[in-house]
Design a protein around this ligand. Structure first.
Ligand SMILES: Nc1ncnc2c1ncn2[C@@H]1O[C@H](COP(=O)(O)OP(=O)(O)OP(=O)(O)O)[C@@H](O)[C@H]1O
Length: 294
């Protein structure tokens, strides 16, 4: 269990990226969901000991992650949002190089490790190919292979599915799920389905604040009977916005599909709809925006 307590960070330019975040992250896949600029990368980098918080603590079991950075890095695998590789180097040679950096000195040991990892992420057959020729999904799977060097207890992946096509995304998420059976995996994303499909536990953050922590299905259940939908003309949207608590708008067959949060039928013409995680997500973000405007 990873325990984050009262973590805060304000950057030199005055942006409050993390505001008093306290969060427990159990074994398995954990989804950290938030829009661009919410503070996800700031939180991920802080856990990965790449930046200091102003306040707060992070513990894994009885270990203080912020106090002992070297030890933390030994038990941590990290796939950053911007993962750069040398385009002219083969996957095999690059992974071998990462293994050296992580302290695997003996050549024979490294050869076995590199082979096992390339097989695990399904890149063994293309191990001699240059990384520059890899597709986005292959690059991300390579990124996971390097994060798994050293058998980490904690794996952090920052927005890994952005830009992947659906097949690559599925393949990548399946790989993460496998890893999540053994260790803590924190997946940061702004894609709600990534969390729905994969994560037993989750948190939502917005503007540096924790807006929800728990299990996706419980958060969804809490909205039951309170989400309503209606298809309208795009020109009517502003009127609805002024009158109702709109969760989301989607285009459907040239018309606009509204999801509205209300304890009772908002107007004739609406019908009840089974809530999903997107309703939870947009509901929380909207509540935060309303509270801040007040
Ligand atoms: N080094 C920095 N100096 C100043 N401000 C920063 C720095 N890094 C991030 N920020 C700001 O802090 C806020 C949170 O950024 P962060 O990158 O943590 O968000 P995010 O949820 O990961 O979003 P994204 O998906 O866009 O990366 C943003 O307003 C961002 O502009």
């Amino acid at each position: 269990m990873l325990s984050i307590r009262q973590l805060s960070k304000t950057y030199a330019n005055g942006v409050r990226a993390l505001r008093d975040i306290s969060l427990d992250i159990p074994n398995g896949m954990f989804g950290l969901l938030g829009p661009n600029g919410a503070g996800k990368s700031s939180l991920m980098r802080t856990i990965a000991t790449l930046q200091e918080p102003d306040e707060g603590s992070i513990r894994l079991g009885d270990m203080d992650l912020l106090a002992d950075k070297q030890a933390t890095r030994r038990l941590l695998g990290y796939l950053p949002q911007e993962f750069g590789v040398y385009p002219k180097v083969s996957a095999e040679a690059m992974l071998d190089h990462f293994a050296v950096l992580k302290g695997a000195i003996a050549k024979g040991e490294r050869r076995e490790l590199v082979e096992a990892l390339l097989r695990q992420v399904n890149l063994w057959d293309v191990r001699k190919r240059k990384l520059g020729s890899f597709s986005g999904g292959m690059r991300q799977r390579f990124g996971i292979a390097q994060a798994l060097i050293g058998d980490p207890r904690l794996v952090i992946v920052d927005e890994p599915t952005a830009g992947l096509d659906p097949e690559e995304r599925n393949r990548f998420l399946n790989l993460l799920a496998e890893i999540g059976e053994r260790v803590v995996v924190i997946l940061s994303t702004h894609i709600v389905e990534d969390v729905t499909d994969l994560c037993r536990h989750m948190a939502i953050i917005g503007q540096g604040q924790l807006l929800l922590a728990g299990e996706p299905h419980e958060a969804i259940r809490a909205l039951e009977g309170r989400v309503w939908r209606r298809t309208i003309d795009k020109t009517e949207l502003d009127g609805y916005r002024a009158r109702m608590n709109i969760l989301s708008t989607r285009l459907a067959g040239g018309r606009t599909l509204l999801h509205v949060l209300a304890d009772n039928l908002p107007e004739t013409g609406f019908e009840p709809v089974a809530p999903d995680l997107e309703d939870v997500y947009f509901g929380r973000l909207r509540a935060q925006a309303t509270a801040r405007a007040a």
